[in-house]
Design a binder for this molecule. Structure first.
Ligand code: PLP
Length: 395
C-alpha cells in the first residue's frame, strides 16, 4: 500500500522543497499525535491558531450544534445567519466603541484584501504604505505589502503605489502624506522574528495618520485573541487603529477571518457598485459558531490573566547562553540563535523528543515558540527542558 507520505508528496501541492512531513492523526488540548503513537507537545499552535488548544470541548459542542441546523446557505451578506450575527456582536463588545462593523472572511489574506479596498474607497486615494519585512498573506494584493523583493519578483507586476517604511523607525513615518490611503502594519511583526515596536513609534504612527487622514490598519492575524496577553495587541500601545484585521486564532481551529472598521469606513463597500466586495464562504456559519465558543472560552477561562506569568516562566526556563535574545510579548516568543543550521537541528531534536517548535519566514535563525495559552506550568518546564537539551547538543 502506498503510504500517506508518498501520496502527500505526489498528489498534494508542495509549498517548499523540504516540508517537515510529520503525519498527524489526532490533536487534543496542547498535543498532536502521530500514526505510531508519537505525541508532540505543540509549541506552534498551528501558527498562532490554536490559542485555546486543539479541539476544545466547547468549540466541538458549538460546531456539533450548528451542524444540526445548517451549513452553507448563501453568499455572505444576504441572509440573516444567527452565528454570524452573534459572533460579530460579541466581537464588537471586546473592542473600543469606535469600531462599528465586522466583515467576515475565509482567511487572513482575504481580510487584508478587503481592508485595502475600503481604505482606498473611503479616502479616494491610492497609495498604501506597509513595513519592510512584513507578512500579510500570499494573495497578490497581500503579497504586494510584504516588503521583501525576493517574494515579489516572479509575480510582478503586483499592486502599484505601495511604499515601505522601516518598522519601528519614527523618521521613516515622513513617507506618510495626504496621498496615503492607508498604512498597514502588523501590531507586532510576526514572521520578521517577533519584532515588538515601541510605544513611542506606535503613538507617532497614530498621530501621523491623524494628521494626514490616512487610514491606520493593524494586522492582528497572529497577535489577536489573547496571544500577547491582551485580547488584541494594540491595547499594549494605548492607541486604536481605524481598521483591524483578524484571522488564525479567531475561529478556535476553524477557518475564519474578519476585518473590523469604523462604521462609516465599512459602509463604502455596500454600493457604487453594489456587491463590489463579496465572498461565498466568508463567515461560514460553522466557523462563526466555533469562533463565538472560542471567544467565550478565552473570556470564561480568564486565559488573558495567565499569559504574562506563563511567558515569564518560559523566559526563566530558557535563560541559556546559546539563546542570544528572547523577543516577544506574552506567548508570542522568538528565541534568537545564530544560524539556520542550529535552528533546524534543535527543532528536529525537539520533535524527536516530543516537542514541536518551528521558525519564522523572514527570520530562519530564530525558534518560534507560541504554545496554546492553556499550557500548564509543568508542561512549560518539560518543554523548556527538551529545548535546553537540544541547545546543548546542537547549538
Ligand atoms: N497576516 C499575518 C500577520 C500572518 O501571519 C498571516 C499568515 O500567516 C496572514 C496575514 C495571512 O493569513 P492567511 O494565511 O489566513 O491568509
Amino acid at each position: 500500500m502506498i503510504s500517506n507520505r508518498a501520496l502527500f508528496l505526489k498528489n498534494t501541492a508542495q509549498t517548499s522543497s523540504s516540508p517537515r512531513l510529520f503525519e498527524i492523526v489526532k490533536a487534543e488540548g496542547i498535543y498532536l499525535y502521530g500514526p505510531k503513537g508519537e505525541r508532540y507537545l505543540d509549541l506552534v499552535s498551528g501558527f498562532n491558531v490554536s490559542n485555546i488548544g486543539h479541539r476544545h470541548p466547547q468549540v466541538i459542542a458549538a460546531i456539533q450544534q450548528q451542524l444540526e441546523k445548517y451549513l452553507h446557505v448563501t453568499v455572505y451578506g444576504e441572509f440573516i445567519q444567527a452565528p454570524q450575527v452573534a459572533f460579530a456582536t460579541e466581537l464588537l463588545k471586546t473592542l473600543p466603541s469606535s469600531f462599528g462593523s465586522v466583515y467576515l472572511t475565509n482567511s487572513g489574506a482575504e481580510a487584508v484584501e478587503g481592508s485595502m479596498k475600503i481604505a482606498k474607497k473611503f479616502t479616494g486615494r491610492r497609495q498604501i504604505i506597509a513595513a519592510r519585512n512584513a507578512y500579510h498573506g500570499s494573495t497578490q494584493g497581500a503579497l504586494s505589502l510584504i516588503g521583501n523583493p525576493a517574494y515579489h519578483e516572479a509575480y510582478a507586476p503586483l499592486l502599484p503605489e505601495i511604499d515601505f517604511i522601516e518598522f519601528n523607525n519614527i523618521p521613516s513615518l515622513a513617507l506618510i502624506s495626504e496621498q496615503t490611503a492607508a498604512v498597514i502594519v502588523e501590531t507586532i511583526q510576526g514572521e520578521a522574528g517577533v519584532q515588538v515596536p515601541t510605544v513611542e513609534f506606535m503613538q507617532a504612527l497614530r498621530r501621523k495618520c491623524d494628521e494626514t487622514g490616512a487610514i491606520l490598519i493593524f494586522d492582528e492575524i497572529q497577535t489577536g485573541f489573547g496571544r500577547t496577553g491582551k485580547m488584541f495587541a494594540f491595547e499594549h500601545f494605548e492607541i486604536v487603529p481605524d481598521v483591524l484585521m483578524l484571522a488564525k486564532g479567531i475561529g478556535g481551529g476553524m477557518p475564519l477571518g474578519a476585518f473590523v472598521a469604523r462604521k462609516e469606513i465599512m459602509d463604502v463597500i455596500k454600493d457604487n457598485p453594489m456587491l463590489g466586495h463579496i465572498t461565498t464562504f466568508g463567515g461560514h456559519p460553522v466557523s462563526c459558531a466555533a469562533a463565538l465558543a472560542s471567544l467565550r472560552v478565552i473570556q470564561n477561562e480568564k486565559l488573558l490573566e495567565t499569559v504574562d506569568a506563563k511567558a515569564a516562566l518560559f523566559r526563566k526556563e530558557l535563560d541559556h547562553p546559546k539563546i542570544k535574545e528572547i523577543r516577544g510579548k506574552g506567548l508570542m516568543m522568538c528565541l534568537q540563535l545564530e544560524t539556520f543550521d542550529q535552528v533546524y537541528q534543535v527543532s528536529t531534536f525537539c520533535a524527536e523528543k516530543g516537542v514541536m517548535i518551528d521558525w519564522y519566514l523572514h527570520c530562519e535563525t530564530a525558534l518560534r515558540v507560541a504554545p496554546p495559552l492553556t499550557i500548564s506550568d509543568d508542561e512549560i518546564k518539560h518543554a523548556c527542558g527538551i529545548i535546553r537539551e537540544g541547545l546543548e547538543k546542537f547549538a
